[in-house]
Design a protein around this ligand. Structure first.
Ligand code: NAD
Length: 393
């Protein structure tokens, strides 16, 4: 029997694994920790809406059959000639590989940015942001240096705006507990382009600006981050912003392992696949999620979103099984459920199946999308077990 290996237990890898687990097809999944974290909710952990553990699910809670093997190790390379995944502590030979290692932060070569900023890349870094802000505010109570109360978020895409929304709910509570006037806090989301949230309908963007501004945050557009030195963001035009907390939310790129393994990649390092999610360079490798450069019938690349990853993963798994059985493979034809951006726990903005929504309706739709994901991943059992912690009920 062919050996199937999945690398990466993000949305694509976990959904692929759940598909094979349900079908009783043996496979090995390699991930650098024994849990699956809910990447698009990590801003909630950074803002402290719930403890970090609310946003992770033990992989073995999802994969219940003894036909699956979990290897907790870090993938460091792929030898396509030998058909081996290299890990820090060994090797995993494969006949078919599902590559779904997700993304890393894209720093665009901005001087000092990586070294001098935090970013939300995993559960640990989300919790680190939460603790860092708490420590900065505590330091303020000791030395009254206002820089401790300044927060810079670099980039007003979904990550930057959702984090801003979350922090604007957390910071007033933190200030109250430390007896700091919230009006002394300066939190700015700095965006290079003329507009925020390009993926949200233009007529809804003023609602975001109004909501954030009313809560005490600042959204700056047409302002590019040029360099970051310790505690200082350098903007175009020569302005500087001294801030105790600097979080980079300015973009993502695929893990460089793909480029190193010689795949055909786009400018964000994603590897090209055909409509079956199969690498154009290697018939035995399927690429799913944010690592995949997949195009629709018009040749437009699919964006690296969780909902695309959730649909690419099981399709890759299904197509490997079809290949093994000499059956035809299925093309990627995703359904678009819309884009939702939370602005704290109770309001949001975006669209559900193309219908623009804002306020409580958007927040409710977002809660619904969390429940749907848990159900798709692990059926009623997982939605029932995890719904209460992952959702705000
Ligand atoms: P992004 O690329 O969507 O947004 C980054 C923003 O940073 C852009 O607006 C960009 O113009 C700005 N920027 C880049 N360089 C800058 C500079 N030097 N100075 C100031 N601004 C700069 O990145 P993201 O928000 O991290 O999202 C990454 C992907 O993850 C996207 O595909 C997004 O859809 C997805 N995502 C989805 C959700 C969700 O579904 N709720 C949440 C988070 C992220």
């Amino acid at each position: 029997m062919s050996k199937i290996v999945i690398v990466g237990a993000g949305y694509a890898g976990m959904m692929a694994a759940a598909h094979l687990d349900n079908a009783g097809v043996p496979f090995t999944i390699v991930n650098n920790h024994d849990y699956h974290h809910l990447t698009i909710l990590l801003h909630e952990a950074a803002g402290g809406r719930g403890p970090g553990s609310n946003y992770s699910i033990p992989i073995k809670e999802v994969l219940t059959k003894d036909t699956s093997e979990l290897v907790v190790d870090e993938v460091v390379g792929i030898d396509r000639e030998k058909k081996v995944v290299k890990t820090k502590n060994g090797e995993q030979p494969y006949d078919y590989l599902i590559y779904s290692l997700g993304w890393i932060s894209e720093y665009f070569g901005i001087k000092g940015l990586k070294e001098n900023s935090l970013s939300i890349t995993n559960l640990d870094t989300a919790v680190e942001i939460h603790e860092h802000i708490e420590n900065e505010f505590k330091k303020y109570t000791e030395d009254h240096d206002k820089r401790h109360l300044r927060i810079a978020l670099g980039g007003a895409g979904l990550t930057g705006i959702e984090l801003m929304g979350e922090l604007l709910e957390y910071l007033p509570k933190l200030c109250q507990s430390l007896n700091i006037p919230f009006s002394d806090v300066d939190i700015q989301c700095i965006e290079a382009m003329p507009t925020i949230l390009p993926m949200v309908a233009e007529h809804l963007r003023p609602y975001v600006v109004e909501t954030v501004t009313k809560k005490g945050g600042k959204l700056r557009t047409n302002t590019k981050i040029m360099e970051v030195t310790p505690g200082v963001v350098h903007l175009d035009g020569g302005e500087t912003f001294e801030a105790g907390t600097i979080v980079w939310t300015g973009g993502v790129r695929a893990n460089p392992l793909l480029t190193e393994a010689g795949f055909t990649v786009d400018r964000r390092g994603r590897a090209k696949v055909n409509s079956f999610m199969q690498s154009v360079d290697d018939d035995h490798i399927f690429i799913a999620g944010d690592s995949a450069w997949a195009e629709n019938a018009e040749g437009k690349p699919y964006p690296p979103t969780a909902q695309n990853a959730e649909q690419m993963g099981p399709l890759a798994a299904k197509n490997i099984v079809a290949l093994q059985n000499g059956k035809p493979m299925t093309e990627f034809n995703p359904s678009d459920m819309g884009t939702l951006c939370s602005l704290g726990a109770n309001v949001g903005v975006g669209d559900a199946f193309g219908i623009p929504i804002k306020g409580v309706a958007a927040a409710l739709a977002k809660e619904g999308s969390k429940a749907l994901y848990l159900y798709n991943l692990g059926g009623l059992r997982l939605a029932g077990n995890r719904g209460k912690t992952v959702m705000k009920i």
